[in-house]
Design a protein around this ligand. Structure first.
Ligand SMILES: Nc1nc2c(ncn2[C@@H]2O[C@H](COP(=O)(O)OP(=O)(O)OP(=O)(O)O)[C@@H](O)[C@H]2O)c(=O)[nH]1
Ligand SMILES: [Mg+2]
Length: 377
């Protein structure tokens, strides 16, 4: 059992005693490791006196403490839980049994067992549901309470998880890595009690750390989805303006065209960053990605260049037509703004595609063979 501890003098001895007694009662052979990084209230001494092995980590944070604790742990299974007496450590066996039955990871679900005063309204009704909802949307983990601090897993999945977060977002990272790796995750319903001592959780900065983590680990939701929405909305808007279809009781004019073209260009840019990020994650982070895997086997630099040149060419032709019309009218008044905007859009997106295709090739330089590739050894 690993317990992270930062100034938990009020509770640390109680929780260690509960964990040790329960393990003895249930016939679970194990030890309690307390991972401390800089408590100044005597918690480490109290922990050692209560029979825990205390490890010290210099780097601050909940994640750093756990990483040090995991490195020191020796058992077949690792149990995790706060040192503030919010989780009931007499329920350890309920986490170990599923592991013995073949699960890779077991995570508590506090949602129907939150005791009065255990979790503030902001976390219970907003923060936790919102962040857990996004986590499930982005990574399809199917976990009900992604921030539950009482968990257990087989120690031999640690290299697969490859955890790195130093702060509270460690909790999200563990769930995301487990579901990306296809581990068998099970849930156990538990109660959540009011903590002893002061909370170390800062609602907004820690909430943001979780959100930031979710976003930068999902190029699909961070870039591809918003980029595609921008591009599609812009394309529809330009079509409506160009064809002169009446919508909302009037024909769309130049301003609608400018907005639409801007949306297409912005969308194309965001989409492109999404493809770059996915390629980076595929080549260098070992992520599985169907889009990049399919692109890699079928699309070459030259395809990207041809597509870009095609768009650029059409854009230039349109620009030429507009120029021709102008010359035709004796260099007089010209009212082809909408067509000119379409030409501009194609030229911009075409050039962007050409240079983007080169950049994608640069990203692929010096990559290591990917485990997902058919040709990888
Ligand atoms: N070593 C170490 N432990 C930490 C650090 N931050 C938090 N912890 C411990 O990690 C556990 C979780 O922190 P809590 O303050 O309980 O956070 P929480 O459970 O999300 O919030 P509460 O519901 O208020 O308890 C506790 O056992 C803390 O003592 C840290 O920077 N270093
Ligand atoms: Mg806690």
């Amino acid at each position: 059992m690993v317990i992270p501890c930062l100034n938990e003098a009020e509770a640390i001895a109680i929780v260690i005693e509960k964990a040790r007694r329960t393990m003895a009662d249930e016939g679970i052979v194990g030890e309690v490791v307390v991972a401390d990084n800089g408590s100044d209230d005597g918690s480490p001494e109290l922990a050692a006196a209560a029979g825990a092995r205390v490890v010290h980590e210099v780097r601050k944070g909940y994640g750093s403490a756990y990483l040090a604790g995991f490195a020191a742990a020796r058992g077949r299974y690792i149990l995790m839980g706060d040192g503030d007496d919010t989780y009931d450590f007499t329920e350890i066996a309920r986490f170990v049994d599923p592991l013995r039955g073949g699960a890779d990871m077991v995570i508590g679900n506090r949602m129907s067992g939150i005791q009065p005063g255990a979790m503030p309204w902001l976390h219970r009704r907003i923060g936790n549901p919102l962040l857990t909802g996004l986590l499930n949307l982005f990574f399809r983990s199917g976990v009900t309470d992604a921030h539950c601090g009482m968990r257990a897993f087989r120690r031999d999945v640690l290299p697969t998880l490859d955890l790195r977060s130093t702060g509270m977002e460690f909790a999200s990272e563990q769930v995301i890595r487990a579901s990306k790796s296809g581990l068998d995750i099970r849930e156990v319903e538990i109660d959540y009690h009011p903590r002893k001592g002061d909370s170390k959780l800062a609602s907004f900065s820690d909430g943001w750390r979780h959100l930031r983590f979710l976003l930068i680990h999902s190029p699909t939701w961070l870039f591809v989805v918003p980029g595609a929405l921008f591009a599609i909305a812009g394309l529809i808007g330009s079509l409506i303006t160009l064809t002169g279809v009446e919508l909302f009781g009037r024909e769309w004019q130049l301003h609608a065209m400018i907005a639409s073209v801007a949306a297409v260009i912005i969308g194309a840019q965001i989409l492109q960053i999404g493809v770059f990020s996915k390629a980076f994650a595929y080549y260098y982070l070992g992520e599985r990605d169907r889009l990049i895997a399919a692109m890699r086997s079928r699309v070459r630099l030259e395809h990207g260049l041809l597509a870009g040149l095609g768009l650029l060419g059409i854009g230039l032709v349109i620009a030429g037509v507009v120029l021709g019309l102008w010359i035709d009218r004796g260099l007089g008044e010209l009212r082809e703004e909408r067509l000119a905007m379409v030409g501009l859009m194609l030229i911009v997106v075409g050039l962007q595609t050409i240079f983007g295709a080169f950049f994608l090739s640069i990203l692929g330089l010096r990559r290591r063979p990917h485990t997902g590739d058919p040709d990888a050894g």
